[in-house]
Design a protein around this ligand. Structure first.
Ligand SMILES: [Ca+2]
Ligand SMILES: [Ca+2]
Length: 217
């Protein structure tokens, strides 16, 4: 990024303990259009963390292209990387029936968008009647993981093809693919959806359960 980013309206905020000092910090989001790929599509955003100790760190990121620039990008708060500090889950775009989520983490020094192979790590969730992707944060034998489970019944009306990808954290702000597994869920009735619907259409992380409809179905 070159030059100061013009910062527009504040479009969201949340209080949580992002630096783990036991006191709440303030995370704010601003509309921040700037030159570059997404300048004309309202994607420029700025996250600003004001720590309870007084320090301020900022992160410019791209999110929600073509969306209402006044829309709050914050999906929710949870500890995504397992260090015990709160992190932010932000909306960075959508498909026809899906939401694209990314993670904003304070690593002790800077505010960063979690990356995989040098690019923002973007996780898709939700879906339609014939496909879905669920995201889950979990810990396996002490290792924090992000699990993505994509399902579709394109190949058979009675079968859901499942692709499960598990990611782990080499650092607090980077993810890498740890394992991939495929399986099939067989249904007795055509077009029937798996019983554990939220597992394949919802986003579960800490106390965050979204979207609500995926957890009441
Ligand atoms: Ca704090
Ligand atoms: Ca964390």
């Amino acid at each position: 990024m070159s030059g100061p980013a013009p910062v527009g309206a504040r479009i969201g905020s949340a209080q949580a303990d992002f630096d783990c000092d036991g006191r709440p910090d303030l995370l704010e989001f601003f509309n921040a259009p700037r030159p570059g790929t997404y300048a004309s599509v309202n994607a420029g955003k700025l996250a600003r963390l004001t720590r309870s100790s007084g320090g301020v760190v900022e992160l410019a990121f791209d999110g929600m292209p073509f969306d209402d620039p006044a829309r709050n990008p914050l999906i929710g708060l949870a500890d995504v990387n397992g260090d015990g500090c709160d992190d932010a889950i932000v909306n960075v775009g959508h498909g026809a029936s899906t939401t694209f989520a990314a993670f904003v983490v304070f690593d002790g020094t800077r505010l960063a968008e979690v990356a995989e192979n040098g690019e923002p790590a973007v996780f898709i969730y939700e879906g339609s009647v014939r496909h879905g992707t669920g995201i889950e944060c979990r810990t396996t034998r002490g290792a924090a993981e992000i699990v993505s489970r994509a399902v579709s019944d394109y190949t058979s009306d009675f079968d859901w093809d499942v692709v499960e990808r598990v990611y782990r954290w080499p650092t607090l702000t980077t993810l890498s693919l740890y394992s991939t597994a495929t399986s099939v869920i067989q249904m007795s009735k055509a077009f029937e959806q798996p019983a554990d619907f939220a597992r394949y259409w919802g986003f579960t992380c800490g106390s965050l359960r979204t979207p609500g409809w995926a957890f009441t179905k």
